[in-house]
Ligand binder design. Structure first.
Ligand code: ZN
Length: 421
């Protein structure tokens, strides 16, 4: 994650252990709560709670919400002011761009979606053009919300890998027939860091960039209210495969923001080469590009999925067509997806074992297209050893907030970053 005044990407973000951050997390989770309860929830002393709450009240981040009525001495209840601080989240991970204005309690105050035409080339003007379009849409979003613009602390942008998409998590970056040209509908050809700076310049707000899987995981944490104690991962299937890992409420991103490159877990030791430089990676064996390529190479699957055209569409559109055919009785497409799901399940098991996870949330447009096929394969694989050998029940669910989750997550990260300074 990077933001306006951040040091270079290689410098690690400080650990989230401040009183302010713990209080904000507890308030968000609890809704309305007294100072005494806050001390119990966070493990902070009552004096520390009192000092920090005083500051949050004076800043208008927290407001008083009446008094307790049951037994004993009445206590003042506190809550986050829902409209007190907001942030914009923009999800560029598919060809449909999703904008949300998110409150500090995780609520979506306004939402906007736009279908984007292809961005021409990767030169600076295209980046600036894209930034101008995003800024104009953000302006409309804020007008639609009716919120005071002064409450908005910045913009969180959902993008591909931290390098701006080297590993293509968010879309085809080039036309296979002409690698110098971006594919139709792809915005992945624009460098994420350059876009961040450009958008920051145009809007005057701080902008941070987060990868799709991590943003989706944080979005799940905020929107679906995953319990604070839970260690969980959001597995994201878009134009590639990623995992966002949240441990004790904090996104785990590694020293350079590359944690969770789920698609590059090796599943076949001597497998085919992967663009990352490795071999037999999950993405090469079972990723959406491979699924579509296999469907195109199989006459039955091609017919079932209606891929018998010369002109290719966006990868996710083709993947969804294969998934739809598999769901509706297409045997050849089903076999291809079952095979993909087998590999994804093995890699998911590795992730669960490495991080001692108790919850996996499947999200992203790819999993949304075939939730049952992937979900049941993962459940079957993990269930076999988890409860028997490790005594650990692992829940596998499909996100109910997939459409807005990543955008909300990016906005949440921006809010966390700005509110805890
Ligand atoms: Zn790889």
């Amino acid at each position: 994650m990077t933001s306006v005044e951040d040091p270079p990407r290689s410098v690690r973000r400080p650990r989230r252990d401040g009183a302010r951050e713990r209080l904000l997390d507890a308030l968000r989770a609890a809704g309305q709560v007294s100072r005494v309860e806050l001390a119990a929830l966070t493990g902070l002393t009552e004096a520390s709670v009192s000092t920090t709450v005083k500051r949050l009240l004076s800043e208008g981040v927290v407001v008083e919400a009446g008094r307790t009525r049951t037994g004993g001495k009445p206590r003042t209840l506190l809550q986050l002011d829902p409209g007190g601080r907001t942030a914009v989240g923009i999800d560029l991970a598919t060809t449909t761009v999703t904008y949300v204005l998110t409150s500090q309690t995780g609520g979506v105050l306004a939402r906007l979606t736009r279908r984007f035409a292809p961005v021409d080339g990767s030169a600076e003007p295209a980046t600036d053009d894209l930034a101008a379009r995003l800024a104009s849409d953000v302006d409309q979003l804020l007008t639609k919300s009716g919120q005071d613009r002064g409450t908005c602390l910045g913009i969180g942008l959902v993008w591909g890998g931290p390098g701006g998409g080297l590993l293509r998590r968010t879309g085809r970056e080039s036309d296979p027939a002409d690698p110098a040209r971006p594919a139709a509908g792809a915005v992945g050809a624009v460098d994420g860091e350059r876009l961040r700076r450009s958008l920051q310049r145009v809007t005057g707000w701080p902008v941070l960039v987060e990868n799709d899987a991590t943003a989706a995981a944080v979005g799940e944490y905020w929107v679906a209210r995953v319990e604070n104690s839970r260690s969980f991962a959001a597995l994201y299937l878009g134009a590639g495969l990623g995992a966002g890992i949240v441990i004790d409420g904090a996104a785990h991103r590694g020293s350079r923001g590359h944690a969770g490159e789920f698609g590059h877990v090796c599943v076949v030791v001597d497998g085919p080469p992967c663009p990352c430089g490795g071999s037999g990676c999950l993405e090469v064996m079972a990723g959406p590009e491979t699924v579509v390529a296999r469907a195109l190479a199989d006459p039955d699957a091609r017919r079932e999925a209606g891929l018998e055209r010369v002109a290719r569409r966006a990868l996710l559109t083709d993947f969804s067509a294969v998934a739809r055919a598999a769901r509706t009785g297409g045997q050849a497409c089903r076999a291809i997806l079952d095979d993909s799901a087998r590999y994804v399940a093995a890699a998911a098991e590795t992730l669960v074992n490495l991080f001692d996870l108790d919850l996996l949330v499947l999200t992203g447009p790819g999993f949304a297209a075939a939730p049952a096929i992937y979900g049941s394969a993962i459940t079957a694989r993990i269930g076999a050893s988890s409860s028997r050998v490790w005594g650990r029940p692992v829940t596998v669910t499909v996100s109910t907030a997939a459409a807005t989750g990543p955008a909300v997550g990016a906005a949440a990260l921006l809010l966390q970053d700005r509110l805890t300074r």
